[in-house]
Design a protein around this ligand. Structure first.
Ligand SMILES: Nc1ncnc2c1ncn2[C@@H]1O[C@H](COP(=O)(O)OP(=O)(O)OP(=O)(O)O)[C@@H](O)[C@H]1O
Ligand SMILES: [Mg+2]
Length: 385
């Protein structure tokens, strides 16, 4: 198993700069997800780590040694692709055995008939069969070993691809959106299985996805990528509760974080819709900024609370509800969470007043950077009302 160090990777395709100085250190046994919108460079970065693509500059180290000159086959990394890339004419067992045969047998030995006549061959074949059987058992596909990929479901194919990655006993697993071809239910199930597999193997995983829920549920750390850069790499809790930038706050979390326009005054006062909030900032920066409030940071309050709007939509998930309100002068609607017991009082069309938990308020300056020295003031509007 291995630790990986990615140092200042740049990548251009002709004129287009796809990766702009990406650095990331991954500890031995860690599960790190790369998340970000389509086209931000996730697959490119993974392919560079795997050695399938060359970087324009920068260095990749595995266990402290640069792999710059090493081909993909010599990096001892297993990659699982979104498309699974199985050989259609080989059985499941043969597909899983491919990397073992490639490594342990020469070209002649790999020939189906002639290979069998070579001395010592039977031993090797038996060894390989045993390892294939073990991987199949781990992934619960033992009963499928004789089938062809065409006779399998998407989830089963995905497991075969994982099995093939598994038998190589790699230094690290690189997975590129391995669940994106599965239906919603199977994704949730397979997600849990991959997380379990990671715990059991204690191996290093780098997992690419554009699905933030996948990343949140599986990872030790999440690297949020945008426009060829890693904006933040931290635990799921940190990227959710304590994002460094507004783009990270917006990408992580569902429903999305609410962003309200605020003004930072010279006095430290933070104004929303021209009225002071129960927040102060000591920062010299002034002017327009935005206040990020997750749906669960908002709560129903008495009239006079900072946010007032009309309910336009109600999403009842059973255990909780997400309510959208239209606030005068504000473009996107504001979403807040409410318990199902509030159902009767939250009719579509009615007006509500909302206050927020000041400890959960996230302020971002005009450039999108987090303003960290924000503190709640004592007197809160909700208490006065
Ligand atoms: N071989 C290539 N030649 C030119 N441009 C490329 C090449 N491969 C990728 N790109 C460009 O690089 C950018 C990043 O692509 P990449 O596949 O890494 O994105 P991604 O984050 O994996 O996106 P997705 O979530 O859609 O898979 C894209 O704008 C893409 O068009
Ligand atoms: Mg991709």
């Amino acid at each position: 198993m291995a630790e990986l160090s990615i140092k200042n990777i740049n990548k251009r395709f002709g004129e287009t700069e796809v990766l702009k100085g990406v650095s990331l250190d991954i500890a031995d046994g860690e599960f790190v997800s790369l998340v970000g919108p389509s086209g931000c460079g996730k697959s490119t970065l993974l392919r560079i780590i795997a050695g399938l693509e060359a970087q324009s500059s920068g260095d990749i180290r595995i266990d402290g040694r640069s792999v710059g000159g090493r081909r993909a086959a010599d990096r001892n990394l297993s990659m699982v692709f979104q498309s699974y890339a199985l050989y259609p004419h080989l059985s499941v067992g043969e597909n899983i055995a491919v990397p073992l045969k490639m490594r342990r047998m020469n070209g002649l030995q790999r020939l189906p008939v002639l290979g069998g006549l070579i001395p010592g061959q039977a031993n090797k074949s038996a060894e390989i069969s045993a390892e294939v059987a073990q991987a199949a058992q781990m992934l619960e596909i033992s009963h499928l070993l004789d089938r062809k990929p065409g006779q399998l479901s998407g989830g089963q194919r995905q497991r075969v691809a994982l099995g093939r990655a598994l038998v190589r006993d790699p230094a690290a697993f690189l997975l590129d959106e391995p669940l994106s071809n599965l239906d919603a239910k199977l994704r949730v199930q397979t997600r849990a299985e991959i997380a379990q597999l990671h715990r059991r193997l204690d191996a290093t995983f780098i997992y690419v996805t554009h699905d933030q829920v996948e990343a949140m549920t599986m990872s030790d750390r999440i690297a949020v990528m945008m426009g060829g850069r890693i904006l933040q790499c931290a635990t799921p809790e940190t990227v959710y509760d304590d994002p460094d930038r507004v783009e990270v706050a917006e990408f992580i979390g569902s429903p999305k974080i609410n962003l309200l326009p605020v003004e930072l005054r010279e006095t430290g006062q933070v104004d929303l819709f021209g009225k002071a909030l129960d927040l102060t900032t000591t920062r010299r920066a002034r002017g327009v900024a935005s206040l990020g409030l997750r749906p669960e940071a908002l709560f129903l309050a008495a009239e006079g609370a900072p946010i007032r709007g009309r309910i336009t939509h109600r999403e009842n998930l059973g255990s909780e509800m997400f309510i959208q309100i239209e606030v005068a002068g504000l473009e996107p609607r504001v979403t807040f969470r409410a318990g199902p017991e509030k159902r009767a009082s939250l009719e579509i069309g009615s007006m509500v007043d909302l206050d927020f938990d000041t400890a959960k308020a996230l302020v971002f300056d005009a450039t999108g950077a987090r303003v960290r020295d924000v503190s709640p003031t004592r007197v809160s509007k909700a208490e006065v009302a």
